[in-house]
Design a protein around this ligand. Structure first.
Ligand SMILES: C[S@@+](CC[C@H](N)C(=O)[O-])C[C@H]1O[C@@H](n2cnc3c(N)ncnc32)[C@H](O)[C@@H]1O
Length: 318
């Protein structure tokens, strides 16, 4: 089903299978986005359930909440404008214990499509890239202030860009002549180092990796993910951490599902979940990484790179 705003959540049925939200349960959607997954999970938990919505982007958070409230009787909704790394504290403060956690990482289509947000080199706009518009540092500021070595490291580590050193040097040279304030200006600097190849077989635009790297750095995306994974581990291992449901004789433990879109995100998720399973703190709810069907990729090309992994907390003597 395609919702009114055209946004299609990726791997929706697979997420519902992995998390299995049921009436009266509490669901934490760490990345509410436009509420695509949240709406379906809200239907499953019904009016006696609780849905916690989190997003760094306050306008997405508001849209998610509105989308969830359309039709039917919504669950209790708690909307939190915060990074998901703050979930353990924010839930504990409110006495909320989640049965299901979903993190659908990265950005939503409307954020990329909005040229004023500066995420895409295909649209001219200010070089911003903040998911949270109130965050202190924009991509333009990083590009203007980072020393060449650090710039190269960001582009290499977060963009996996082999030409990181040459791109950083070109940026430093260009910024000496005047500020790099727009997506178009930065793309031009990158294209001078790595020219675009047109036509079939041309591959991805050479600016893609540098733009990805800056977006990850501006939003500390891997830092928040690492913090979330560490908090999930603590909750699986310790009775003192109550924000995720512990398994008991008559109750399932929390289910945690994460959708990653590139290897820098998927690798830590894979490792963290494998360690929980190896330590008997959780069982796997997916066989390896679940990928979108050809039919889904046809209708939603972004689904091609999605990798879903999920676990369920095991009963333990914790
Ligand atoms: C892929 S979209 C989620 C789409 C959503 N599942 C849906 O069906 O509409 C990712 C969302 O996560 C948000 N986001 C990214 N990193 C975040 C973080 N560390 N904490 C909270 N929200 C984050 C983005 O602002 C964006 O709205």
């Amino acid at each position: 089903m395609t919702p009114a705003d055209g946004h299609v959540p990726v791997l929706l049925n697979e997420v519902l299978d992995a998390l299995d939200p049921s009436p009266g349960q509490t669901v934490l959607d760490c990345t509410a986005g436009l509420g695509g997954h949240a709406r379906e999970m809200a239907r499953r938990i019904g009016p006696s359930g609780t849905l916690v919505l989190m997003d760094l982007d306050p306008s997405n958070l508001a849209r998610a909440e509105a989308n969830v409230r359309v039709g039917g009787e919504p669950p209790r909704i708690v909307a939190l404008h915060a990074p998901f790394s703050a979930a353990p504290r924010l839930l504990a403060e409110r006495g909320i214990v989640a049965d299901c956690l979903l993190a659908d990482l990265g950005w939503s289509s409307n954020q990329i499509a909005d040229s004023a947000r500066g995420f895409s080199f295909q649209r001219t706009g200010p070089l911003d890239m903040r998911l949270d518009p109130s965050a202190p540092v924009t991509a333009a500021e990083l590009v203007a202030t980072l020393p060449e070595r650090e710039l190269a490291q960001v582009i290499r580590d977060y963009g996996e860009e082999p030409a990181a050193g040459r791109i950083a040097r070109a940026i430093v040279r260009a910024r000496a002549a005047g500020p790099i304030a727009t997506t178009e200006q930065l793309a031009r600097v990158i294209h001078a180092v790595l020219p675009r190849r047109h036509g079939p077989g041309g591959g991805i635009d050479p600016a893609t990796r540098t733009f990805q790297a800056l977006r990850i750095a501006v939003n500390d995306e891997l830092g928040h993910l690492d913090a979330l994974l560490a908090a999930v581990r603590r909750a699986a291992a310790s009775a003192a951490d109550t924000w995720l449901r512990a398994a008991t004789a008559d109750r399932h433990g929390a289910r945690v599902a994460i959708i990653a879109f590139h290897s820098l995100e998927d690798r830590p998720v894979k490792r963290a979940f494998a360690a929980l399973v190896a330590d008997a703190l959780a069982t796997s709810r997916t066989r390896g990484a679940v990928q979108a069907s050809e039919a889904e990729v046809q209708s939603n090309p972004r689904a091609r790179s999605a990798r879903l992994r999920a676990i369920e907390f095991s009963r333990s003597e914790r």
